[in-house]
Design a protein around this ligand. Sequence first.
Ligand code: PLP
Length: 405
Amino acid sequence: MINVTNIRKDFPILNREVNGKPLVYFDNAATSQTPQQVIDVIVDYYSNYNANIHRGVHALSQEATDKYEQARQTIQKHFNAAKAHEIIFTSGTTHGINLVANGFSSLLKKGDEIIVSAMEHHSNIVPWQMLCERTGAILKVIPMNLEGELLMDVYHTNLLSDKTKLVFCNHVSNALGTVNPIKEIIDAAHKVGAAVLIDGAQAAPHIKADVQALDMDFYVVSAHKICGPTGEGILYGKEEWLNKLPPYQGGGEMIAEVSFEKTTYAALPHKFEAGTPNICGGIAMAAGIDYMNAIGFDAIASYEHELLDYATEQLLAIEGLKIYGTAKEKTAVISFNIGVIHPYDIGSILDKLGVAVRTGHHCAQPIMDFFKIPGTVRASFSFYNTKEEIDVMVAALMRAKGMLE
Ligand code: PLP
């Protein structure tokens, strides 16, 4: 059970006002808010042990190194990775995907096939298109239905073949909230010998993924969606794959020996961590995960589903409101439009009333093209939101509708 009153006390930002109204923050799918416990970890880092890691013999450097490597272990444990060095610190999901896409440049040849889903974030489309341009590989797309569910028959029957080398899919769609059948996607891809990258950016706030049970080859996550800081994230990769991929960036930290004749690379995870990392970011990411685990992912999921069901019912009572993404398996994300009113206009009026939602194509233009709309209003809920806040949003929407229709 979630004690939302107590939880809200942990988030100082939830006390602020916007445009003279109490903030109602429903843009959690873009970035979650940060609890005081994580803010304290950041302050502690810069107040007490800020130093560069791995190379120093002095106390601060060793302390920072220990905390950074402990953070890697916390994240390893959270996602149940077999080894700590299978967790690569990145600047976020986008970085992780680009690292893998870049690595596959040397492993693909003309005519090889890559499969993506129709409901990807641009960051899980564009790097693969760039990879196809470099290698001559062909990109194929798993289509979806009007509910926002992938057509798995088409995936199994028409798309997967012995030419398939890679499959990429998000665990949860950021624009629709659909939870995709990733275990089925992964197992089928492995049967034809293809590697699978799952984009966990939107799943991580709601679902504790077990990377060994799910058996994906790569999983990517951003810290700022799980109560952590921006500019930080992880790539999980199976050891065998991370050993096969070449380094992404060259520089300090990622080498074993350097001479002008030849450079050899460091072992995992350092091979993929060139330069000074976001040390505080990694430590604070683990603190965010610890915070969420202390509440419990089962409790989070069940409370957020209550919010989702309540909000869906309240929103559908508004005349002319249409929800995009009505999959059976959904997280607490609702994309909608009211009649032909532009989502931006609704978002602007909601902002004046203190309600923060996202409007636009949500970095998923192919989804908007599929539904033949310019964009949607997206309300995304977190475990610190309340039904009362949903009521405030619904009242604000009624006001916006009255002004704009
Ligand atoms: N993938 C999905 C499904 C997302 O929702 C997002 C961000 O919203 C990303 C990737 C990109 O994440 P980041 O900007 O943190 O790299």
